[in-house]
Design a protein around this ligand. Structure first.
Ligand SMILES: Nc1ncnc2c1ncn2[C@@H]1O[C@H](COP(=O)(O)OP(=O)(O)OP(=O)(O)O)[C@@H](O)[C@H]1O
Ligand SMILES: [Mg+2]
Length: 251
Protein backbone atom coordinates (compact mmCIF):
# COMPACT_ATOMS: atom_id res chain seq x y z
CA UNK A 1 0.00 0.00 0.00
CA UNK A 2 1.32 3.46 -0.93
CA UNK A 3 0.54 5.94 1.84
CA UNK A 4 0.50 9.54 0.59
CA UNK A 5 0.10 12.51 2.94
CA UNK A 6 -1.41 15.50 1.15
CA UNK A 7 0.09 18.33 3.11
CA UNK A 8 1.10 21.98 3.15
CA UNK A 9 1.05 24.09 6.28
CA UNK A 10 -0.41 26.94 4.27
CA UNK A 11 -4.19 27.06 4.25
CA UNK A 12 -6.51 27.01 1.25
CA UNK A 13 -4.00 25.67 -1.27
CA UNK A 14 -6.11 22.75 -2.51
CA UNK A 15 -5.16 19.92 -0.12
CA UNK A 16 -8.71 18.66 0.37
CA UNK A 17 -9.68 19.16 -3.29
CA UNK A 18 -6.56 17.24 -4.30
CA UNK A 19 -7.16 14.44 -1.78
CA UNK A 20 -10.75 13.76 -2.79
CA UNK A 21 -10.24 14.01 -6.53
CA UNK A 22 -6.92 12.20 -6.73
CA UNK A 23 -8.45 9.43 -4.61
CA UNK A 24 -11.47 9.25 -6.92
CA UNK A 25 -9.26 9.31 -10.03
CA UNK A 26 -7.09 6.47 -8.71
CA UNK A 27 -10.28 4.51 -7.98
CA UNK A 28 -11.44 5.10 -11.56
CA UNK A 29 -8.14 3.66 -12.71
CA UNK A 30 -8.99 0.46 -10.86
CA UNK A 31 -7.13 1.04 -7.58
CA UNK A 32 -8.52 0.39 -4.12
CA UNK A 33 -8.25 3.70 -2.29
CA UNK A 34 -8.59 4.73 1.33
CA UNK A 35 -9.04 8.44 2.09
CA UNK A 36 -8.26 9.57 5.63
CA UNK A 37 -9.57 12.90 6.91
CA UNK A 38 -7.04 14.17 9.43
CA UNK A 39 -8.31 17.75 9.59
CA UNK A 40 -10.67 18.88 12.42
CA UNK A 41 -12.39 21.09 9.83
CA UNK A 42 -13.66 17.75 8.38
CA UNK A 43 -13.86 19.22 4.88
CA UNK A 44 -12.98 15.94 3.21
CA UNK A 45 -15.75 14.21 5.15
CA UNK A 46 -18.35 16.83 4.19
CA UNK A 47 -17.08 16.95 0.60
CA UNK A 48 -17.87 13.26 0.29
CA UNK A 49 -21.40 13.90 1.54
CA UNK A 50 -21.12 12.67 5.13
CA UNK A 51 -22.54 14.75 7.98
CA UNK A 52 -21.11 14.80 11.51
CA UNK A 53 -24.32 13.46 13.10
CA UNK A 54 -24.20 10.40 10.81
CA UNK A 55 -20.85 9.31 12.18
CA UNK A 56 -20.65 6.48 14.63
CA UNK A 57 -16.89 6.33 14.88
CA UNK A 58 -14.42 8.87 13.52
CA UNK A 59 -10.68 9.02 13.07
CA UNK A 60 -10.44 10.85 16.42
CA UNK A 61 -11.87 7.77 18.21
CA UNK A 62 -9.37 5.55 16.46
CA UNK A 63 -6.43 7.71 17.48
CA UNK A 64 -7.50 8.44 21.04
CA UNK A 65 -8.80 4.95 21.89
CA UNK A 66 -6.33 2.91 19.87
CA UNK A 67 -9.00 1.49 17.54
CA UNK A 68 -8.00 0.32 14.08
CA UNK A 69 -9.03 2.66 11.24
CA UNK A 70 -11.29 -0.04 9.81
CA UNK A 71 -13.69 0.66 12.71
CA UNK A 72 -14.39 4.12 11.30
CA UNK A 73 -14.14 3.41 7.57
CA UNK A 74 -17.15 3.34 5.26
CA UNK A 75 -17.57 3.25 1.50
CA UNK A 76 -18.39 6.65 0.05
CA UNK A 77 -18.78 6.25 -3.67
CA UNK A 78 -15.57 4.98 -5.22
CA UNK A 79 -13.37 5.44 -2.15
CA UNK A 80 -13.37 4.19 1.42
CA UNK A 81 -13.40 7.12 3.84
CA UNK A 82 -12.14 7.41 7.38
CA UNK A 83 -14.07 10.51 8.48
CA UNK A 84 -13.15 13.31 10.86
CA UNK A 85 -15.11 15.45 13.28
CA UNK A 86 -14.29 18.60 15.18
CA UNK A 87 -13.35 16.25 18.05
CA UNK A 88 -10.01 15.83 16.34
CA UNK A 89 -9.11 19.33 17.51
CA UNK A 90 -9.20 18.07 21.12
CA UNK A 91 -6.64 15.43 20.30
CA UNK A 92 -4.30 18.05 18.93
CA UNK A 93 -4.89 20.30 21.93
CA UNK A 94 -4.69 17.72 24.70
CA UNK A 95 -1.88 15.76 23.15
CA UNK A 96 -3.29 12.30 23.78
CA UNK A 97 -1.07 9.28 23.49
CA UNK A 98 1.82 10.22 25.75
CA UNK A 99 5.28 9.31 24.55
CA UNK A 100 3.99 7.62 21.42
CA UNK A 101 1.75 10.49 20.41
CA UNK A 102 3.38 11.00 17.01
CA UNK A 103 2.70 7.41 15.92
CA UNK A 104 -1.02 7.11 16.73
CA UNK A 105 -2.03 7.15 13.06
CA UNK A 106 0.74 4.80 11.92
CA UNK A 107 -0.42 2.34 14.57
CA UNK A 108 -4.12 2.69 13.63
CA UNK A 109 -3.20 2.04 9.99
CA UNK A 110 -1.52 -1.29 10.66
CA UNK A 111 -4.69 -3.26 9.98
CA UNK A 112 -5.63 -1.52 6.72
CA UNK A 113 -3.72 -3.44 4.13
CA UNK A 114 -6.51 -4.14 1.63
CA UNK A 115 -5.85 -0.95 -0.29
CA UNK A 116 -3.46 0.05 -3.04
CA UNK A 117 -3.39 3.65 -1.81
CA UNK A 118 -4.14 5.60 1.35
CA UNK A 119 -4.39 9.38 0.94
CA UNK A 120 -4.30 11.50 4.08
CA UNK A 121 -5.79 15.01 4.06
CA UNK A 122 -3.81 17.13 6.54
CA UNK A 123 -4.78 20.31 8.40
CA UNK A 124 -3.08 23.61 7.50
CA UNK A 125 -0.41 23.59 10.18
CA UNK A 126 2.56 21.57 11.38
CA UNK A 127 0.91 20.40 14.60
CA UNK A 128 0.52 16.94 16.11
CA UNK A 129 -1.97 15.73 13.49
CA UNK A 130 0.27 16.62 10.57
CA UNK A 131 3.22 15.08 12.39
CA UNK A 132 1.15 11.88 12.72
CA UNK A 133 0.52 11.95 8.96
CA UNK A 134 4.22 12.44 8.23
CA UNK A 135 5.06 9.57 10.57
CA UNK A 136 2.58 7.25 8.81
CA UNK A 137 3.30 8.25 5.20
CA UNK A 138 5.65 6.83 2.64
CA UNK A 139 5.29 9.80 0.29
CA UNK A 140 4.22 13.43 0.40
CA UNK A 141 2.09 15.30 -2.11
CA UNK A 142 2.31 19.07 -1.66
CA UNK A 143 -0.37 21.16 -3.37
CA UNK A 144 0.88 24.69 -3.99
CA UNK A 145 -0.71 27.86 -5.30
CA UNK A 146 1.20 29.50 -8.14
CA UNK A 147 2.22 32.51 -6.08
CA UNK A 148 5.63 33.79 -5.20
CA UNK A 149 5.32 33.49 -1.41
CA UNK A 150 3.96 29.95 -1.68
CA UNK A 151 7.11 28.97 -3.47
CA UNK A 152 9.23 30.69 -0.84
CA UNK A 153 7.57 28.78 1.98
CA UNK A 154 8.29 25.45 0.25
CA UNK A 155 11.99 26.14 0.60
CA UNK A 156 11.91 24.75 4.16
CA UNK A 157 10.28 21.52 3.13
CA UNK A 158 13.27 19.31 2.31
CA UNK A 159 14.70 20.10 5.74
CA UNK A 160 11.42 19.23 7.50
CA UNK A 161 11.32 15.94 5.60
CA UNK A 162 14.91 15.27 6.66
CA UNK A 163 14.08 15.85 10.33
CA UNK A 164 10.97 13.63 10.16
CA UNK A 165 12.95 10.88 8.46
CA UNK A 166 15.63 11.01 11.12
CA UNK A 167 13.40 11.26 14.19
CA UNK A 168 10.08 9.63 13.35
CA UNK A 169 9.85 7.78 10.09
CA UNK A 170 12.88 6.44 8.22
CA UNK A 171 10.40 5.07 5.65
CA UNK A 172 9.35 8.55 4.53
CA UNK A 173 10.33 8.63 0.88
CA UNK A 174 10.19 11.43 -1.58
CA UNK A 175 7.88 14.36 -2.07
CA UNK A 176 6.16 15.87 -5.06
CA UNK A 177 4.75 19.35 -5.53
CA UNK A 178 1.59 19.88 -7.57
CA UNK A 179 0.51 23.34 -8.66
CA UNK A 180 -3.19 24.08 -8.13
CA UNK A 181 -5.60 26.77 -9.35
CA UNK A 182 -3.20 27.44 -12.21
CA UNK A 183 -4.17 29.96 -14.87
CA UNK A 184 -2.12 29.78 -18.02
CA UNK A 185 -3.13 33.29 -19.01
CA UNK A 186 -1.40 34.75 -15.95
CA UNK A 187 2.23 35.65 -16.39
CA UNK A 188 2.84 35.30 -12.64
CA UNK A 189 1.53 31.73 -12.70
CA UNK A 190 3.74 30.78 -15.63
CA UNK A 191 6.75 32.36 -13.95
CA UNK A 192 6.14 30.61 -10.63
CA UNK A 193 5.73 27.28 -12.46
CA UNK A 194 9.05 27.65 -14.21
CA UNK A 195 10.83 28.87 -11.04
CA UNK A 196 9.36 25.98 -9.05
CA UNK A 197 10.56 23.55 -11.70
CA UNK A 198 14.00 25.17 -11.69
CA UNK A 199 14.21 24.77 -7.91
CA UNK A 200 12.52 21.42 -7.33
CA UNK A 201 13.19 19.76 -10.70
CA UNK A 202 11.62 16.32 -11.07
CA UNK A 203 9.80 16.80 -7.79
CA UNK A 204 7.29 19.09 -9.50
CA UNK A 205 4.47 17.10 -11.08
CA UNK A 206 4.21 17.41 -14.86
CA UNK A 207 0.43 17.63 -14.46
CA UNK A 208 -0.85 20.97 -13.24
CA UNK A 209 -4.33 21.52 -11.78
CA UNK A 210 -6.00 24.47 -13.47
CA UNK A 211 -8.49 26.88 -11.93
CA UNK A 212 -11.87 25.25 -12.53
CA UNK A 213 -15.16 26.28 -10.99
CA UNK A 214 -16.58 22.74 -11.09
CA UNK A 215 -13.90 21.67 -8.60
CA UNK A 216 -15.17 24.33 -6.18
CA UNK A 217 -18.82 23.43 -6.75
CA UNK A 218 -18.58 19.64 -6.39
CA UNK A 219 -18.27 19.53 -2.55
CA UNK A 220 -21.64 21.20 -2.07
CA UNK A 221 -23.17 18.17 -3.80
CA UNK A 222 -21.13 15.74 -1.71
CA UNK A 223 -19.50 14.49 -4.89
CA UNK A 224 -16.05 14.10 -6.34
CA UNK A 225 -15.41 15.76 -9.70
CA UNK A 226 -15.92 12.52 -11.68
CA UNK A 227 -19.46 12.13 -10.41
CA UNK A 228 -20.27 15.85 -10.52
CA UNK A 229 -18.76 16.89 -13.88
CA UNK A 230 -16.87 14.04 -15.53
CA UNK A 231 -16.20 16.12 -18.66
CA UNK A 232 -14.76 19.13 -16.84
CA UNK A 233 -11.20 20.38 -17.07
CA UNK A 234 -10.89 19.60 -13.35
CA UNK A 235 -11.70 15.93 -13.94
CA UNK A 236 -9.16 15.82 -16.77
CA UNK A 237 -6.44 17.43 -14.61
CA UNK A 238 -6.92 15.08 -11.66
CA UNK A 239 -6.94 12.05 -13.94
CA UNK A 240 -3.65 13.31 -15.34
CA UNK A 241 -2.24 13.60 -11.81
CA UNK A 242 -3.44 10.11 -10.84
CA UNK A 243 -1.82 8.61 -13.94
CA UNK A 244 1.39 10.45 -13.13
CA UNK A 245 1.34 9.12 -9.55
CA UNK A 246 0.91 5.58 -10.92
CA UNK A 247 3.69 6.01 -13.44
CA UNK A 248 6.10 7.45 -10.89
CA UNK A 249 5.68 4.44 -8.59
CA UNK A 250 6.94 6.67 -5.78
CA UNK A 251 6.49 10.44 -5.71
N1 LIG B 1 -8.45 23.97 -9.03
C1 LIG B 1 -9.36 24.71 -8.38
N2 LIG B 1 -10.17 25.55 -9.06
C2 LIG B 1 -11.08 26.31 -8.40
N3 LIG B 1 -11.25 26.30 -7.07
C3 LIG B 1 -10.48 25.47 -6.34
C4 LIG B 1 -9.50 24.64 -6.95
N4 LIG B 1 -8.86 23.94 -5.97
C5 LIG B 1 -9.43 24.32 -4.82
N5 LIG B 1 -10.39 25.23 -5.02
C6 LIG B 1 -11.20 25.91 -4.00
O1 LIG B 1 -10.31 26.64 -3.17
C7 LIG B 1 -10.71 26.56 -1.80
C8 LIG B 1 -9.58 25.92 -0.99
O2 LIG B 1 -9.38 24.58 -1.45
P1 LIG B 1 -9.20 23.38 -0.43
O3 LIG B 1 -10.27 23.39 0.60
O4 LIG B 1 -9.02 22.15 -1.23
O5 LIG B 1 -7.83 23.82 0.22
P2 LIG B 1 -7.13 23.25 1.54
O6 LIG B 1 -5.67 23.41 1.35
O7 LIG B 1 -7.64 21.90 1.85
O8 LIG B 1 -7.67 24.27 2.64
P3 LIG B 1 -7.43 24.13 4.25
O9 LIG B 1 -6.01 24.53 4.45
O10 LIG B 1 -8.41 25.08 4.86
O11 LIG B 1 -7.68 22.70 4.60
C9 LIG B 1 -11.98 25.74 -1.78
O12 LIG B 1 -13.07 26.61 -1.80
C10 LIG B 1 -11.91 24.94 -3.09
O13 LIG B 1 -13.20 24.61 -3.58
MG1 LIG C 1 -8.45 21.14 3.60
Amino acid sequence: MRVIAVTNQKGGVGKTTTTINTAAALARLGKRVLAVDLDPQAHLTYSLGLMAHELRVSVADCLSRGLPLSEAASEQGPVTLVPATLGLAGLERDGAGGADREHLLARAMRDVRDFDFALIDCPPNLGLLTVNALAAAGELLIPMLPEFLSMQSLGMLPRTVGVVRERLNPGLGSLAVVLTRFQKSRKLHREVLSMTRAHFGERVCRCVIGENISLAEAPSFGQDIFRYKPDSAGARDYLCLAREILSRRAL
